[in-house]
Write a protein that binds this ligand. Structure first.
Ligand code: CAA
Length: 392
């Protein structure tokens, strides 16, 4: 068992940490308060190569492993989760989905732009009445021979108003249930794509979350991803990888709040000594550190499973479940450590606490993660691929 990061992985982590501190930290409170989309910061992340980290260099990406991506997500998420969610959606849901399941023509036309940040992508699955129950798609894609006509509404779409490319999941044949669902690449400047209201959110307030309407949008047949009926499996496979990215975001939120708490506890004095010297606070730091380390091992393990070709469906679900719970619990604790200062924006922990909540909701709620894990337990497939040498 190996717990040492490579030189390359450490370099990625360090670069992301420095970028987060120097480029994301200034203005993060103002962007959050005014829901200002981080245009310049996204440009900076594109220049750093954060938007297509795992994409092959052939298509303009960094050719990195999932663990490097997770390390970068963790560092960015310690500071600015409106930015790190853009990185997560673009890398895990859009680029990875296209590179793994797209045709050569689709990759040439769309992937290079997405990997370099020339285009930003959005993943359009959720609907007003299809959130957790993703098979109940109401958006329709009618087969017209050489093209499809898409009609429907998508909700809570990250990058909704700032993306050029949407991956849209839609029902082509209702009789076939989930086997009648397809995924399509839609350009946002096509006729009939309407960007609806921007959401005013509890957390990740600077990220761009919209309702999207598709009104008779004509999509060429060559923009369908995979064989007819592959769309639901496409969405599930993409989301399994996405959950590793969101788990890394949750880990970063928890770790960021913890780092701020340690610093504050060493500086702030009460009753004649730093509050870190009071057991009430010292034990909180010990609990935070222990839970965060447990979550970190789960998140890195899920990335390792993906990089080693193992079935990571449950590993990703477990990592997201444990890391998002750690983020919620320990950001609340971080506010408590900071006392009155924790309740004001200047000290950053209240923002991290608000940001933590969405990690228990998007890319599958905690309840959905438990459903995924329990189904794999009952199928007997949970641990089978792991803990065995590949030649045994
Ligand atoms: N990989 C491959 N195939 C999968 C799969 C996976 N991880 N999970 C399910 N499938 C397959 C099943 O094998 C089944 O195929 P067969 O019939 O051929 O065997 C098919 O998909 C249907 O699966 P289920 O019968 O399990 O479907 P279900 O309706 O009972 O439940 C679910 C599926 C797991 C609950 C699913 O609906 C789900 O994951 N829901 C949550 C959706 C979600 O995560 N939404 C997030 C929105 S995107 C977002 O948040 C992005 C953002 O902007 C940040």
């Amino acid at each position: 068992m190996e717990f040492i990061l490579t030189e390359e992985q450490l370099a990625v982590k360090e670069a992301a940490r420095e970028f987060a501190q120097q480029t994301l930290l200034p203005g993060v409170i103002e962007r959050d308060t005014h829901m200002t989309y981080p245009t310049e910061q996204v440009r900076g992340m594109a220049e750093m190569g954060f938007l297509g980290m795992m994409v092959s260099p052939e298509y303009g990406g960094g050719g990195m492993d999932t663990l490097s991506y997770v390390l970068a997500m963790e560092e960015l998420s310690k500071v600015d989760n409106s930015c790190s969610v853009i990185v997560s959606v673009n890398n895990s849901l859009v680029c990875w989905g296209l590179e793994t399941y797209g045709s050569e023509e689709q990759k040439k036309k769309y992937l290079t732009k997405l990997a370099t940040g020339e285009s930003i992508g959005a993943f359009c699955l959720s609907e007003p009445e299809a959130g957790s129950d993703a098979t109940s798609q109401r958006t329709t894609a009618v087969d017209m021979g050489d093209h499809y006509i898409i009609n429907g509404t998508k909700n809570w779409i990250t990058n909704g108003g700032s993306s050029q490319i949407h991956l849209v999941i839609a029902q082509t044949d209702v009789e076939k249930g989930h086997k009648g669902i397809n995924a399509f690449i839609v350009e946002t400047d096509w006729d009939g794509v309407v960007i609806g209201a921007k959401e005013d959110k509890l957390g990740i307030r600077a990220s761009d979350t919209h309702t999207i309407l598709y009104n008779d949008v004509k999509v060429p047949k060559e923009n369908r991803i995979g064989d007819d009926g592959f769309g639901f499996k496409f969405a599930m496979k993409v989301l399994s990888g996405g959950r590793i990215g969101i788990a890394a975001q949750a880990l970063g939120i928890a770790a960021g709040a913890y780092e701020l708490s340690v610093k504050y506890a060493k500086e702030r004095e009460a009753f004649g000594k730093p509050i870190s010297q009071h057991q009430a606070i010292a034990f909180k730091l010990a609990d935070m550190s222990t839970d965060i380390e447990a979550a970190r091992l789960m998140v890195y393990r899920a990335a390792w499973m993906k990089d080693n070709g193992l079935d990571y469906t449950s590993g990703a679900a477990m990592a997201k479940l444990i890391a998002s719970d750690a983020a919620m619990k320990h950001t609340v604790e971080a506010v408590q450590v900071h006392g009155g200062y924790g309740f004001v924006k200047e000290y950053h922990v209240e923002r991290l606490m608000r940001d933590a909540k969405i990690t228990q909701i998007y890319e599958g709620t905690s309840e959905i993660q438990k459903l995924v894990i329990s189904r794999n337990i009952l199928k007997g497939t949970l641990y089978e691929p792991m803990w065995k040498p590949s030649n045994s």
